[in-house]
Design a protein around this ligand. Structure first.
Ligand code: PLP
Length: 399
């Protein structure tokens, strides 16, 4: 076979998508599988958003659009940043991409060179490290375990910075842990970053609206506005409006970086789908109450899941501030199962395999997020599924 590029050989398939695919395959074979791997809301896209898209199709809005997005959506994004976050961006400083993922991908390719280092606190969203590697850069993973609430400390950040550090990724609320930085914690990280002007700060706010506590949302730019000239804010409609399949994300930042992202986009996807852009504009400009029932359901499930996990042998789970994931520490459970001879390895991979094979529950091992000894479940599924899945996990852990 012809050899593949070195670039593609440095990266791996997204493990969360792989788990989802594996669970779907077993299900198709007739196995009774409950999938808790998927990272998407289990709600339908709100009706007014779908209606806007239908109208776009019927009116013939089905052609190429400007590369960086249609003016109406860009205006809506500028207004969103102003009204919800207090940020002043112009339309030249925002870009619409094919999902939040493409925005992160374009950002990495626009600013990183081979040899550059990207600081990624772990547990991290699976794609940050691989996207940095596609750009030839080196992810510098910093472990932030459950004992520190899965949050990076200023001392850890300072210690990880080298002359090669070019970018710092921060994600709050976090996928996979749901942890949320307080304004004071962000300020403390901002103080460190102020001393290192070569570092670009990328804040991934994808779960801004999946707010489980009701506390006001803050990102690092709210805490340290001085970083604005070297900060890129990433967000999207996928999680907030249950629009994962529409593939619309957006970014805001310094005009020269946004322009570079636009040039890259012009040579890859050209523009995000015209119809989806109209839908995303309706999402941002329409009634925001459509988010409320989804978040209310996530809150109820979150309470349930965290309480249950903490009653299971060998698991420890802390409350999340946002997103729709629980990330229990399973190190004791793994050791117990291994001692009992139920699993033949002391890894989270062995635990996940065991749960899938023996009780038909698909979870994602923590090692996929740079945190060995944990696992992630998504509670973006019905209470009935959750009750059933947690009963099964409990049974599997009781040896
Ligand atoms: N950022 C985080 C933290 C995510 O969890 C996800 C999706 O799982 C994304 C970005 C990408 O979202 P999109 O589906 O819009 O590409």
């Amino acid at each position: 076979a012809l050899p593949l590029s070195q670039r593609v050989q440095t990266i791996k398939e997204s493990p969360t998508l792989a788990v989802t695919a594996r669970a779907a395959k077993l299900k198709a074979e007739g196995r009774d599988i409950i999938g808790l791997g998927a990272g998407e809301p289990d709600f339908d896209t709100p009706q007014h958003i779908k209606d806007a898209a239908k109208k776009a199709i019927d009116s013939g809005f089905t052609k190429y659009t400007p590369v960086s997005g249609i003016p109406g959506l860009k205006k809506a994004i500028v207004a969103k940043f102003k009204n919800e976050n207090g940020f002043d961006y112009t339309e030249k400083e925002v870009i619409v991409g094919v999902g939040g993922k493409q925005c992160i991908f374009n950002l990495a390719l626009a600013v990183l060179n081979p040899g550059d280092e990207v600081i990624v606190p772990a547990p991290y969203w699976v794609s940050y490290a691989d996207i940095a590697m596609v750009a030839g850069a080196k992810p510098v993973i910093i472990e932030c375990g459950i004992e520190q609430g899965f949050k990076l400390t200023p001392a850890q950040l300072e210690a990880a910075i080298t002359p090669q550090t070019r970018m710092f990724m921060i994600n709050s609320p976090s996928n996979p842990t749901g942890s949320v930085y307080t304004l004071a914690e962000l300020q403390a990280l901002g103080e460190v970053l102020k001393k290192h002007p070569q570092i670009l700060v990328a804040t991934d706010d994808m779960y801004e609206h999946v707010n489980l506590t009701g506390d006001k949302f803050h990102n690092i730019l709210n805490a340290t506005p001085e970083l604005k000239s070297r900060c890129v804010v990433l967000n999207g409609v996928s999680k907030a409006y249950s629009m994962t399949g529409w593939r619309i994300g957006y970014a805001a930042g310094p005009a020269h970086i946004i322009k570079a992202m636009e040039i890259l986009q012009s040579q890859s996807t050209s523009n995000p789908t015209s119809i989806s852009q109209v839908a995303a504009q309706a999402a941002l400009e329409g009634p925001q109450e459509c988010i409320t029932p989804m978040v209310a359901a996530f809150r109820e499930r979150h309470e349930y899941v965290v309480n249950r996990f903490n009653q299971m042998p060998g698991l420890k789970c802390i409350k999340a501030g946002g997103a729709f994931y629980a990330f229990p520490d399973a190190r004791v459970a793994i050791a117990n199962l291994h001692k009992a001879g139920v699993i033949n390895d002391t890894t989270d991979m062995a635990l996940s395999e065991y749960l899938l094979e023996n009780v038909g529950v698909a979870v994602v091992p923590g090692s996929a997020f740079g945190a060995e000894g944990y696992f992630r479940i998504s509670f973006a599924t019905s209470m009935e599924n959750l009750r059933n899945a947690l009963d099964r996990i409990e049974k599997a852990l009781t040896v």
